[in-house]
Write a protein that binds this ligand. Sequence first.
Ligand code: NAD
Length: 482
Amino acid sequence: MTPLTQTTRLFAELFIDGEWRAGADGATFPVVDPATGDTIADFAAATADDCEAAVRAADAAFPAWSQTSPRERSELLYRAFEILRAERETFAEIMVRENGKAWSDAIAEANYATEFFRWFAEEAVRVPGDFRLSPAGDKRIVVARQPTGVALLVTPWNFPAAMATRKLGPALAAGCTAILKPARETPLTAAFIVDVLHRAGAPKGVVNLVTPVPTGPLVAAMIADPAVRKLSFTGSTEVGRELLRTCADTIVSTSMELGGNAPVIVLPGADLDEAVPAALLAKMRNGGAACTAANRFYVHESLHDEFVRRMAAELSTVATGPGLDRDNQLGALVSAVERDKVAALVETAVAEGARVVVGGASIEGGAFYEPTLLDGVRHGDAITRTEIFGPVTAVVSYREVGDAVRMANDTEFGLVAYVFGPEHDALRVSLRLDTGMVAVNRGVLSDPAAPFGGAKESGLGREGGSEGILEYLEEKYIALNP
Ligand code: NAD
């Protein structure tokens, strides 16, 4: 095992009822650094009994936690925010090591993830209610908001920190107790966050961490437990669909942040000095492994050649290599399996007629793939229908703006779209796009203060913003005599 350079103690166990512990049968699974192939930790595998213990602990802690004052919950999150801010280098290094991302992406995620604790520390004390007279004047309508109950939080590997704090922050702020289930690839970041909450003073049972093996049946068993009243899931649409079916049996409240297939529309008149750096960011942030990553570029024919030339020039200078070398701008994919999926997509695109302008190959020595630009892609080709999740830019040329909008909307996904062009034109186009979010003349839109979420098969509910905490609260209507 290769030790981390920054961390004094790396947690690789389950956290249940306020204690770190091995799985009931002592089994572990390896956590691998995709940049080197080295095993960096053997993480405890949770059994059915461990998952059951986590649910019981969260259930037992709920009555007292839900009755704490909003200020107390706010202060816990604020302390956790301060610890994460002070330890951001360690936080980032753990992400680099288990996920493979570039150092700049890891630091950006550490900052972004940390901000969710500050934002929800601020939201904890601002939960709204209502008190009205009915139209007939015969009753007072009181609407109170109460925490939903035990929340199961399932997160993906691509943003192992931010997806966890974006759920833990509002859950704890609302007064719910939580069980965090991170992806098998990236449990160390989750364990670090849970340790921070523990150090910040989270009472036992309020936050628990399990890594069930096998995943599907044990997550389903937790959802089936009557104590679990909330599932917040971030991951693929395929798994989200399955979990929605499981939740139907016990009518569990769900929030779903699922897959994306983000279109980029470059309108006639777009300023390429502004659009190209932003488009590059939309594509290459987190190595393209983002649900918000630009997946398909629809570029007006008047700008197409120049756009391709400038993007290719930018992509060909991206420094690629291990994230621990802080000068590298593009790190490894999370695993060789993910890298091979990207390579196969590029091969298919070429077979369908696309031309490789830059890149187009795996790099030896780790799960690396070259920054790549494909031109001559046609809407409908496999690469325009699939979430690429890697550093590959696919460019489609168009003539009519109406066609670009139609192609952008021609997908079952609806998370985010990017529009570049004169602001008024871009705003009009934004209103016609079937997505939960649109970035206009910008490459990144994520912000803890904004409601993040998708339309169509990209999800249900919103995270962040003032909406985020409502996902963990139930409305209670009380009728009073006037
Ligand atoms: P995934 O769906 O394979 O896994 C996500 C989580 O679900 C992991 O913790 C995994 O262990 C767990 N899981 C897998 N199978 C399960 C099952 N049968 N039952 C219960 N849990 C199960 O997704 P991934 O590969 O980790 O992440 C990539 C996906 O996540 C992409 O589709 C991406 O778009 C999506 N994503 C969405 C957002 C968003 O906010 N919309 C953010 C980040 C990632």
